[in-house]
Design a protein around this ligand. Structure first.
Ligand SMILES: CCC/C=C/C(=O)SCCNC(=O)CCNC(=O)[C@H](O)C(C)(C)COP(=O)([O-])OP(=O)([O-])OC[C@H]1O[C@@H](n2cnc3c(N)ncnc32)[C@H](O)[C@@H]1OP(=O)([O-])[O-]
Length: 313
């Protein structure tokens, strides 16, 4: 494991008051399709009844359908490092950065092409001693109508960058309600759904084409410096697998059925491993946990909120 520096010096007030400039980008169907393939759509069956619509104009449809987690790409569309390098005074080693959590709200059905405006703020900053956690919140609007499409809040875990608090109380700031992002407890009863899938060896190489080019996911040397045997899968790719499993098994394949999504990354995943996603229905929430089969370790847990309570489960 890489050796980690433990005493960072920076001014937290400067970090949380930072104003990012607004940014715009456009995407098209090709982006939506490359993303769908990047999170394994149709990887087990090229004619998959429930997933062909994400990658092909099925039955002569005018547009492909868009997976709900496609919106996680929006904060990456203008800068692949989520703008962290633009935050004044924030000291960290990019090689030690890990994605900790992601919270997403979806306000409108996501079109298969759009011109989008992003506004980004610092939503949280926490000194964990051995690490600093910074949370960036991006709201994305359809530029033409001005309507808000979605919000992404990314929790980034900066290993080795903690210990900046000057007072005896570790610094902790968040501008959102804590219940939105608290880690879930996995129910004791049997899950309603268990979905297993193998990730392709080349999955991270394919997923990066959607805009996250961090070499941790592609370069063996960088992965070793960061403390891993080989390149690891993007956390958001694992989240995409889990949510796609939920959409197909709980929502009857309807990609517009989700209001919000929360996931906490518990452990890294290596491409080529098999993911087992277990899902429990709790009112309008579906709680999930994803494990790596080969190591029998939980790698992700979270929940989605559903627009309708599924009647079939
Ligand atoms: C973003 C763009 C770049 C993308 C990169 C990737 O995809 S990388 C690939 C995808 N990502 C991955 O593969 C990462 C997978 N996850 C991991 O490797 C580990 O969970 C870890 C290294 C993030 C933390 O492990 P650890 O042993 O160092 O931590 P600990 O248990 O000793 O807790 C210390 C404090 O931190 C808190 N806290 C803990 N975990 C999380 C979290 N996930 N989230 C938030 N917070 C978390 C915990 O509550 C505690 O605070 P408290 O309660 O004291 O106030």
């Amino acid at each position: 494991m890489a050796s980690l520096r433990v005493k960072a010096q920076f001014d937290p007030e400067l970090v949380i008051s930072h104003k990012f400039p607004e940014d715009s980008f456009s995407y098209n169907e090709r982006d939506a399709v490359i993303y769908a393939l990047g999170i394994g759509a149709c990887s087990g069956d090229a004619a998959d009844e429930k997933e062909l619509k994400y990658v092909y104009h099925r039955d002569g449809e005018e547009n492909v359908q868009v997976l709900p987690t496609f919106v996680v790409l929006f904060p990456f569309k203008t800068k692949s490092d989520l703008l962290l390098h633009d935050v004044p005074g924030l000291e960290f080693d990019p090689k030690l950065l890990l994605h900790g959590q992601q919270y997403i709200e979806i306000y409108k059905p996501i079109p298969s092409s759009c011109y989008v405006k992003n506004t980004t703020t610092v939503a949280g900053l926490h000194d964990k001693g051995k690490a600093t956690i910074i949370e960036l919140e991006t709201v994305s609007y359809a530029k033409k109508s001005g309507e808000a499409l979605c919000m992404n809040r990314s929790t980034i875990y900066l290993r080795g960058a903690g210990g900046f608090s000057k007072s005896s109380q570790p610094y902790s700031y968040a501008n959102y309600p804590s219940h939105q992002v608290s880690p879930v407890s996995v129910p004791k009863q049997k899950p309603s759904v268990i979905y297993e899938e193998q990730i392709q060896q080349s999955q991270a190489l394919l997923y990066r084409l959607s805009g996250d080019y961090n070499p941790l996911h592609s370069d063996p040397m960088v992965a070793r410096i960061a403390g891993f045997n080989r390149p690891i899968l993007h956390g958001l790719c694992t989240l995409g697998y889990a949510v796609r499993a939920i959409v197909r098994s709980i929502c009857d394949g309807d990609p517009t059925a989700l209001r919000s999504i929360f996931g906490r990354f518990l452990l890294h995943v290596y491409p080529g491993e098999s993911l087992i996603t277990e899902v429990w229905i709790d009112g309008s929430r579906a709680i999930f946990q994803t494990k790596v089969k080969e190591r029998n370790r939980a790698v992700l847990s979270g929940y989605v909120t559903l627009k309708n309570i599924p009647s079939s489960l």
